[in-house]
Design a protein around this ligand. Sequence first.
Ligand code: RFL
Ligand code: PHB
Length: 390
Amino acid sequence: MKPTQVAIIGAGPAGLLLGHLLRADGIEAVIVERKSEAEVLARIRAGVLERTTTDLLHRLGIDARLNAEGLPHHGFMLADGERLIRIDVAALTGQSVTVYGQTEVTRDLVAAAPARGLEIVWNAADLALHGIDDATPALTFMRGGVAERLDCDFIAGCDGFHGPSRIAIPAALRQSFERVYPFGWLGILADVPPCHPELIYANHDRGFALASMRSPTRSRYYIQVPADEPIGDWPDERLWDELALRLGPEAAAAMTRGPAIEKSIAPLRSFVSEPMRHGRLFLAGDSAHIVPPTGAKGMNLAASDVAYLSEALIAWYSRGDDGTLLDYSRRALARVWKSERFSWQLTKLMHRFPGDGPFERRMQLAELDYIASSTAARMSIAENYIGLPM
Ligand code: RFL
Ligand code: PHB
């Protein structure tokens, strides 16, 4: 292939946003993706966008559908099995979040790519990174049975948790921090109206549940299940019954049931790999860190990483300034760790952990009661939920 300036591995939110941010400043970028376009566009994942993320989409002008269909949310609910505690995000912070699916963000970014000169290579197999220690890095991969080579100035590893970028950094030079949770989230997507105008995060004796949405006619729900749970154990009716119990009587009364259009179990993990740079390789998004979905932070961190990274690459290309590039990992990690902390705290507060006894349960309920009674506690949750300043 013709050489490029920045070779991006992965067409998830991190890779797509980075590609667009670079192209908007005239920097050449090519995205190389392992899956087909149809597979990438079919993924159902995140649902809540922070202001930092929507600001990027507005700045890029890739916001027509976001403006028309994104749902501004001014607050959300925590449920403790008996009552709903409202976190009035707008009153506490003056800001809101936007409910707009990662699937839609991905679709919009992919659709805008050709007109902006952002090439995406789909179905790239056997990708390998080369020369990240020197000034002439390259990617090699197979496309349609043909061996390809893409020479570049920099490689952006936006290839998610299982991609090859992070492990291309010599093991002796990176450090990982990890917590694997002993449960997963069983999610269901259904074309039924949401049971409540705002999201409900519920801590019930039977375990965590979340009522979320994609639109006024499409709902997304989750329940905590053991990590090794067979999904076949959860026919739709059983799942709706369980949601009704865990979300509590108010939500249950307003819940409309319907057939699942998607159902899957996602494991929960906290993970950070440091540093996020080695030589000419820069990691962004899930390739460098994972948060449990409880705080709705994963995709938003991918967006803030690439905001920092694009700024640094633009400074390098426009002014030959490598200080910002050298500082990328430190800047990104400072924000990553705070989101890790928030996601971990909220996960601990809202889930049942195997081995927890009555003491731990009382602690959770006392903390929820404290949140219900303290503006300071609600403020702390709200300012993290909308996204800490960049
Ligand atoms: P992605 O989206 O995993 O994209 C990585 C891309 O790299 C490709 N790839 C390769 N390409 C070429 N060669 C290889 N060898 C490759 N190996 C991998 C992959 O095919 C893929 O296309 O990572 P990225 O871009 O960093 O984006 C991260 C987000 O996807 C993730 O953090 C969020 O989905 C997490 N998340 C949530 N985040 C939020 O901000 N708000 C939420 O409400 C939220 N809810 C969630 C979530 C994640 C969930 N699951 C399923 C894990 C809810 C769930 C259930
Ligand atoms: C979702 O709608 O998929 C969603 C919302 C909030 C979360 C996680 C997932 O914290």
